[in-house]
Design a protein around this ligand. Sequence first.
Ligand code: NAD
Length: 267
Amino acid sequence: MKIGVVGCAGRMGRNLIQQVVAAKGAGAELAAVCDRPGYASVGQDAGALAGLESLGIKVSEQASAVFAASDVVIDFTTPEATERHLMLAVDYKKALVVGTTGLAAAFSARLEEAGCQIPIVAAPNMSLGVNLLLGLVEKVAKALDESFDIEVLEMHHRHKVDAPSGTALALGRAAARGRGVELSETAVRSRDGITGARRAGDIGFATLRGGSVVGDHTVIFAADDERIEFTHKAGNRSIFARGAVRAALWCARRPPGLYGMADVLGL
Ligand code: NAD
């Protein structure tokens, strides 16, 4: 399976190169990689970029070349770049794995539309642990009534540009689904100043940023006199990259459709 990586010079991109190479036994082969035009890493060897031996694959600045050379492309870049990569995936009829977060709400419709033509796996978090947590949170939210206030707390490294994290929002959506409500009507995404008392049924979010934290998420169910907390802590980006490579191998031969990690992991 020929796998391409767009945004290969990023924190996730370098990890993705390592994990594609490591998945050789599972049939993965790194086909081509690129980063944005003019970026310092363009022209470098992909292996050297990822701290591996030379792979004889140069970092291109043309995403179209990556789509042409691959069966499936993995994209952990920026919302703007992912919009363009989605169009290329449709043009070249190639499968796409989207890990980028901070995508506009309207972009979901574009993903759905493209899913009629090509297989796509899109997930704000590709780790096994978080995907198990999503299922647990939905179940617990279904079992508990509004006397349990739901709060989602997340912490990420200082470079992260979107907030709350895509995973925190996915956890909020899972809780809302469990409760049978819409997250858009219940979410309180930040609090500042005189906010008034907490409204029953709200799903609150709190965001911390600092250091090199890869990604911590806690969902709190707080009632009078008792509190349930579920926490996932990512120790290394390789958990996301491994999940993305698994998604790439899984989706490349699927019929067109928009899939999530629950499909990939068979949860
Ligand atoms: P990063 O800034 O380190 O890397 C992004 C890379 O994309 C950079 O190298 C940048 O130059 C490149 N890029 C930007 N525009 C491009 C274009 N037009 N063509 C090709 N490359 C382009 O960021 P990161 O920490 O690697 O995270 C990337 C994205 O992945 C973020 O949205 C982050 O939230 C998300 N993420 C998702 C998961 C998940 O499991 N789904 C896990 C971690 C991070």
